[in-house]
Design a binder for this molecule. Structure first.
Ligand code: COA
Length: 251
């Protein structure tokens, strides 16, 4: 079974996370497949928009914790698949429409900060549990979230790491709109259809200007966070947190 489903059809690249038995948590191979899919979408003239989503009524429970627990201490963060994917999605020139339901955790939230339309089902549970795991946030979320949500809301979600609901995510500017489950996919399709019908060059230029203010700082912060996160993976705090999560599976 493919853990990432990719299709290119009628102007849309659909990238769907497909590991529902593990709550669509993400491994190195999955980031690599997504990175490759976005690169193909970037290079193909016929593709106007990316639709990012998850199978089984879940967006993503974030990075696979077993992969975190087994990470090589000598890894250079910039050479990891996750960083490759984050650099690609954060600089992707065409519109990205995210369809979010069920769960969005960790990188399942921070990647949304790089999408242009984030449509969420109203029962979706969000969380940024980096500190609880002995880690730090990634994807330049420590730069972007205070800007879009205000410092206090960003600090509450990042420092405590508790769950928050779709209304909170809307209030924080992580989500564009909230939908009933029965309306979500139609709303995503309608926006993809509109984007396909618009002049692609004008869309690209407009997106570039919208993102330009934070472009340089964003890349630098992403690298600083990535370097720190890969160091922290081998800390006692993180190892205890991973062991705690993994012991629940066998309990
Ligand atoms: N990494 C690896 N496996 C994960 C995972 C993750 N991030 N999230 C869920 N899974 C696995 C579980 O270990 C379990 O596997 P098993 O059936 O082999 O035991 C399976 O997915 C189902 O998860 P479960 O915990 O039973 O579902 P739940 O509905 O009770 O809870 C979550 C869902 C997301 C709240 C819970 O799984 C969780 O807290 N996951 C970790 C999220 C996280 O911290 N992500 C990293 C962010 S940096």
């Amino acid at each position: 079974m493919e853990n990432i489903l990719v299709s290119f059809d009628a102007g849309v690249a659909k990238v769907s996370i497909n590991r529902p038995d593990k709550k669509n948590s993400l491994t190195g191979n999955m980031y690599k497949t997504m990175d490759d899919a976005f690169k193909e979408a970037r290079n193909r003239e016929d593709i106007k928009v990316v639709h990012l989503c998850g199978e089984g009524g879940i967006f993503s429970a974030g990075n696979d914790i077993t992969s975190f627990a087994n990470a090589n201490p000598n890894t250079v963060s910039d050479e990891t698949e996750v960083m490759g994917f984050l650099y690609e999605i954060s600089s992707f020139p065409k519109p990205i429409v995210a369809e979010v339901s069920g769960l969005a955790v960790g990188v399942g939230v921070t990647c949304l900060l790089h999408c242009d339309f984030v449509y969420a089902e109203r029962e979706t549970k969000f969380s940024l549990p980096f500190v609880k795991l002995g880690l730090c946030p990634e994807a330049a979320s420590t730069l972007i979230l205070p800007r879009i949500s205000g410092y206090l809301k960003a600090a509450e979600k990042i420092l405590l790491g508790d769950n928050f609901n779709a209304l909170d995510a809307l209030d924080m500017g992580i989500v564009t709109r909230i939908f009933k489950a029965s309306e979500l996919s139609d709303a995503v399709k309608s926006t993809c259809d509109k984007l396909i019908s618009l002049p692609p060059n004008s869309l690209r230029i407009s997106k570039k200007f919208l993102k330009s203010e934070i472009k340089e700082g964003m890349k630098q912060r992403m690298k600083e966070e990535g370097d720190m996160l890969w160091k922290l993976l081998n800390s006692d705090e993180a190892k205890d947190a991973f062991a705690n999560f993994l012991s629940k599976k066998t309990a």
